[in-house]
Write a protein that binds this ligand. Structure first.
Ligand code: ATP
Length: 321
């Protein structure tokens, strides 16, 4: 059996340990492993290379992806998909493992459902917005990176007695904001999944100042519903006369050496994906739920929304008092 592996969509820390696991476990199981470079775009361009145990040596600690990644509009069209499938057949690839986020898994579903290519998906995105896994690969490294920045900004916020608003990534999901906010002792967290009244934030900041708080940090998820981080900062500053500064962390959060957990998760999910293909499963995603590997149909993964951990949100409100 010959399998192919590709990384698609946004890069994230932990993709390399996952590729390494697929290649090494695949070879251990007697499979041939082909690497497809630049995601679905590479599949369309026939950018396919043979992998061996040596081609993944020295990558476990590296961020990004050695296979490169891309977003391909052409793959969204039937013509592009047809070309990709022709190349899969030409390279005699029997089954495919797709490492990526929500969009990449939608592509995997199309390949499997419409074009009958056996495909297993691996959830890999810093946003942690994929149903069917407690954590996606890359999430905890992104949280750690955000936290490092929050801790540094706290020093300045305290020294200057200022309010800092820090925007973190996550698109429509507030997971990075929630986890980095709780870990960084944020005074408030704005997430897309919960409406937060800016007047209430102002009241809480005022109360904090009266109690002697010398600095405040608000974590703002990029997809929050109260407006841009700059608008929010200006409204709060004007209302309660609190000098504020804004920091947008941006793409900093996508890179860097994967943390221990993302290396282990990448290794476990890579092995699980090979296992699933070996058992003849297709159109599924491997995930990590309640401490165990769980295989879910891509149909379920794509039709369910991951819920935000609102208990964590409430807990932070108590901690910030
Ligand atoms: P991240 O969450 O890090 O942004 P992602 O996998 O969600 O990663 P996308 O840009 O949404 O990133 O998707 C990656 C690629 O998957 C797209 O460029 C496209 O080629 C393919 N894709 C996305 N949605 C579909 C779809 N509905 N049908 C076919 N292919 C798709």
């Amino acid at each position: 059996m010959r399998i192919g592996v590709l990384t698609s969509g946004g890069d994230c820390p932990g993709m390399n340990p996952c590729i390494r696991s697929i290649v090494r476990f695949g070879i251990y199981k007697g499979l041939e492993v082909m690497g497809i470079r630049r995601g679905y775009a590479g599949l369309i361009d026939n950018d396919i290379i043979q992998m061996n145990a040596g081609s993944v040596s020295g990558i476990i600690y590296k961020g990004g992806t050695i296979l490169k990644t891309a977003r391909s509009k052409y793959f969204m069209e039937k013509d592009g998909q047809k070309k990709a499938v022709e190349n899969i057949r030409k390279s005699r690839i029997d089954a495919l493992i797709v490492i990526g986020g929500d969009g990449s898994l939608r592509g995997a579903n199309v390949l499997s459902k419409v074009w009958k290519i056996p495909v297993v998906g691996v959830p890999s995105t810093i946003d942690n917005d994929i149903w069917g896994t407690d954590f996606s690969i890359g999430f905890f490294t992104a949280v750690s990176t955000a936290l490092e920045a929050i801790d540094k900004i706290r020093d300045t916020a305290t020294s200057h007695e200022r309010l800092f608003l820090i925007e973190v990534m996550g698109r429509t999901c507030g997971a990075i904001a929630l986890w980095s906010g709780v870990a960084g002792g944020a005074e408030d967290i704005l997430i897309p999944e919960k409406h937060t009244d800016l007047d209430e934030i102002c009241d809480r900041l005022e109360e904090g100042r009266k109690r002697g708080k010398v600095s405040s940090i608000i974590i703002v998820a990029e997809g929050n519903k109260s407006g841009s981080v700059f608008e929010i900062a200006s409204r709060i500053s004007k209302k309660i006369n609190y000098e504020s500064r804004v920091v947008v962390l941006g793409h900093l959060q996508r890179g860097g050496s994967p943390c221990a957990w993302d290396r282990v998760l990448g290794t476990m999910l890579g092995k699980a994906a090979v296992d699933a293909l070996f058992k003849g499963e297709s159109n599924v995603m491997v995930g990590f739920v309640n401490g165990k590997i769980k295989v879910s149909s891509l149909e379920n993964v794509l039709n369910n929304e991951k819920q935000a951990d609102l208990d964590l949100y409430s807990l932070n409100e108590i901690m910030a008092t």
